[in-house]
Design a protein around this ligand. Structure first.
Ligand SMILES: Cc1ncc(COP(=O)(O)O)c(C=O)c1O
Length: 384
């Protein structure tokens, strides 16, 4: 067989997927596993969104849409940013993609030259460095620690900026740490991007999953240089529908859309039509989000308190549905600890190795309260 490209040979597969696959394989063999690897809500989407999807099928909304997304959905996205975030975007300053992931990929491809640097906070979502490298860029990580709740120091972020820096990337609430940046920190980071002439990429996917404090949109402080990465996956429990939306300056969105037009032709038509209901039926969606937020908050509290009681130091994150847990009591190597958790305690977690989180694992509480309690019982048996 002829060779694969260097680009693809250098591309790492996701460790999340590797551990998830091993957990699923064990489950298939009949082993009873508590899975805490998932990056997706365990809730079904709200009923009014499912009804809109059925209606879209019945009405034959099955053709290609404009590659940037249907006008109805772009209007709904623009209205969402105005209503919830006080941000004004025209419909040609927003676009719809196949998940937030494609918004981000389009964004990196649209702004990076070979060797351009992207500053991001570690622990980070594993797709960030992978996508930056695919676009020819160089990921630069600023370390954050559990002691400071994984909040970066502005001085450390500024120290990471060089003449090659092109993008400052923030993600609050964060995957994997759950950290929610306070308004002053978001503003400080945005002003750093302004001061150094950088693009600001603000990954706001977890906006609706904040339990303490508030979500602060970075675009509020630097809208003319910000790409907002958002979507229906997390806050609306629509992961598999693959709808993401981006908002930013018109020329950036137009560039991203040229790439999208030549690569995927845009997002799934039925899912776009249904997502209009998720955004426009404001009260019903808000009710769904209140219900899911309350459930996540309770699970978070039980999990964090339980892990700390077992001697696994775990800061209480203010958002998303992940916790980072210090597993050095189980093994100093987080990969070995994650394997022991899976093979001996039958609790599937993700080792922090690929997030630049040594000694830690990520546990998702997007699973039932019973599962959270059962995971704690099993971990207790392992550590005692
Ligand atoms: C931080 C972060 N950004 C973006 C995404 C992309 O989500 P999607 O492509 O499902 O919209 C994810 C999904 O896990 C994520 O965790």
């Amino acid at each position: 067989m002829p060779e694969l490209s260097k680009r693809i040979r250098a591309l790492k597969g996701s460790s999340t997927v590797a551990f998830d696959s091993r957990a699923k394989e064990l489950a298939r063999q009949g082993v009873d596993i508590v899975a805490m690897t998932a990056g997706e809500p365990d809730f079904q989407p709200p009923g009014h969104v499912l009804a809109a999807a059925r209606e879209a099928i019945e009405q034959g909304k099955t053709k290609y849409t404009p590659s940037e997304g249907t006008m109805d959905l772009r209007r709904a996205v623009s209205a969402k940013f105005q209503r919830e975030n006080g941000l004004t975007y025209a419909t040609d300053e927003v676009m719809v993609s196949t998940g937030g992931k494609q918004v981000l990929y389009n964004g990196f491809m649209a702004v990076l030259e070979p060797g351009d640097e992207v500053v991001m906070m570690a622990p980070y979502w594993v797709s960030y460095p992978a996508q930056v490298k695919l676009a020819g860029g160089v990921p630069v990580a600023v370390k954050t620690s559990p002691e400071t709740g994984f909040l970066p120091e502005l001085g450390a972020v500024e120290a990471a900026v060089t003449p090659r820096t092109k993008v400052l990337l923030l993600n609050s609430p964060s995957n994997p740490t759950g950290a929610v940046y306070p308004p002053a920190l978001v503003e400080g980071l945005a002003l750093l991007a302004v001061k150094h002439g950088l693009w600001l990429f603000s990954d706001d996917l977890y906006e609706h999953l904040v339990y303490d404090g508030e979500f602060t949109p970075a675009a509020r402080f630097a809208q003319d240089r910000t790409l907002v990465i958002h979507g229906a996956s997390k806050g609306y429990a629509l992961t598999g529908w693959r709808i993401g939306f981006g908002a930013g300056p018109k020329a950036l969105i137009a560039g991203m859309n040229r790439l999208q037009g030549q690569s995927t032709s845009g997002a799934n038509a039925l899912a776009q039509h249904a997502t209009v209901a998720a955004l426009n039926e404001v009260e019903k969606t808000a009710e769904f989000q209140r219900m899911t937020r309350a459930a996540y908050r309770e699970r978070r509290d039980v999990l964090v308190d339980g892990l700390n009681r077992l001697g696994l130091a775990t800061p209480k994150p203010a958002g998303a549905f992940y916790v980072m847990t210090d597993v050095t009591n189980i093994d100093p190597d987080e990969g070995v600890a994650a394997t022991r958790l899976l093979e001996e305690a039958r609790v599937a977690v993700v080792p922090g190795t690929d997030f630049e989180a040594p000694g830690q694992v990520r546990m998702s509480y997007a699973t039932s309260l019973e599962n959270v309690r059962e995971a704690l019982r099993r971990i207790e048996a392992l550590v005692s």
